[in-house]
Write a protein that binds this ligand. Sequence first.
Ligand code: TMP
Length: 395
Amino acid sequence: MKNKINFLDLGFQPLANNYLRKNQLNKKEKKYRLKIGINTNTKLVSINKPISSKMMFNNKYPYRSSMSKTMLKSFKNLAISINKNLKPKKILEIGSNDGSFIKNFSKKKVIGIEPCSNIEKITKKKGFNTYSLYWNLKTARELLKKEGKVDLIYSANTISHIENLDEVFKSINILLNDNGTLIVEDPSLLECLKKNTYDQFYNEHIYVFSLLGIENILKKHNFEIFHVQNLDIHGGSNRYFIKKKINKGQILSSVNKQRKKELSYGIQKISTYKKFAKRVKSSKDELKRIFSKISSKNKKVIGYGVTAKSATILNYCKIGKGLISYFIDTTKDKQNKYTPGTKIPILKYQGFIQKDVDFVFLGAWNFQKEIFNKEKKFIKRGGKFIIHTPRPKIL
Ligand code: TMP
C-alpha cells in the first residue's frame, strides 16, 4: 500500500481464535505472514494483509466478553454513566458479543449487531433485539428502515477489527442522530508501545489506534472527538467520545492532553516504531531464555487464559507443547481443544491451579489483577507467574 512503512515482522501466524479439535492436529494449518506498518499520512498503524471477516467472525467464534468480571464491571459503569449524562432514548452496539454491555439497559432501548451468530443467539435468547450482521453500509441502511436513527452508538474492541474504516464511519453517519454520540473503545497504541505488548497485533486486530490516527479518519467523515478516557482494560485502552461536527458541543481538555502525550512519546515518528521493533525482538529472546531455564530444571509450566494475543506470543517465540504442558481457560468453546499453531491442549478451569504446577504463563495478562486475586492460594504456596510485559519476567 502507498505511504505504508512496515516496521515489525511477527512471522507466520495461524488464525488467532482458531482453536483446533483433536482430529485437526495432524492437518496442515493455514498460516499468514504478520507484518505491521504505519501509514505515514494518516499515522494509522495496521497489519499488512487483513484476512476476510467471514473467515474470522462466523458461527464458530469462541470469544465471550462475559468471561471476565473486569469487563462486566467496566460495561456496567459505562452504562450507568451513559444513562446519567447522555440519556439516550435509543442505543446501538456494534459488536455486541454475548450482550455484556446491552444487558445493562432496558430491552426496548437497545439494539445489538453481532456477526458471529453463535454468540448473537445468546443475547437474542435473553430477549434482546439483536441482528447477526457485519457492520457496513448495507446493515446501516437496513437498520435505518427497521429501527430509525439512534442517539448513541457504542463499539468496544470491534472497529479495530474492520478493515474499511471509511465504510465503518459512513455507516455510522447514516444511523446516528445529528446530536447523537458515538463511543469507540479499543486498545491504545501508546500503551502498546510503552508496554511492549506486541501481542495486540494478530489477524483480528487490523488496527491498533492512536488518537492521532483515528482522528485523521474521523475528520474525513465530519466527526470529531470531544473527550477521551484512558482505561486499564485490555492492557490499556482508550475510550473516545465522538460527535458530528455540525453539533457544536464543547471539546474537553482530555483530547488535547492525549494528543500531547502521544506527540511527546513520538507516535508520529518512524524512529519510535523502529525502536519498538528492536524491543520486541529482545522480548522474544528474553522470554525464550526464561522458558528454557525453567524447562532445564524440570519444572511444570502451564498457561492461564488462552487469549488471541497469546497466539501471537507463542507462535512468534515458538513456545509450544514441550514448554507449556497445557492451558486452562473458563471459555467452554476453547476447552478440550488445542492452541492454534502451537497445539498446546486447553483444559477446563477447575476453580484452582493444580498442586503440581510450578509456573503459570499468563496468557490473559490483561486480567492480571483479577487472576492474581483469584489465585491467592497458588501464590501463597510459592507458585510463580511468567509475564511478557513490559518485559519478560517471573512474578
Ligand atoms: P481476552 O484477553 O481476549 O479477553 O481473553 C481472555 C481469556 O482468558 C478468555 O478466554 C477467558 C480467559 N480467562 C480465564 O480463563 N480466567 C479468568 O479469570 C479470566 C479473567 C479470563
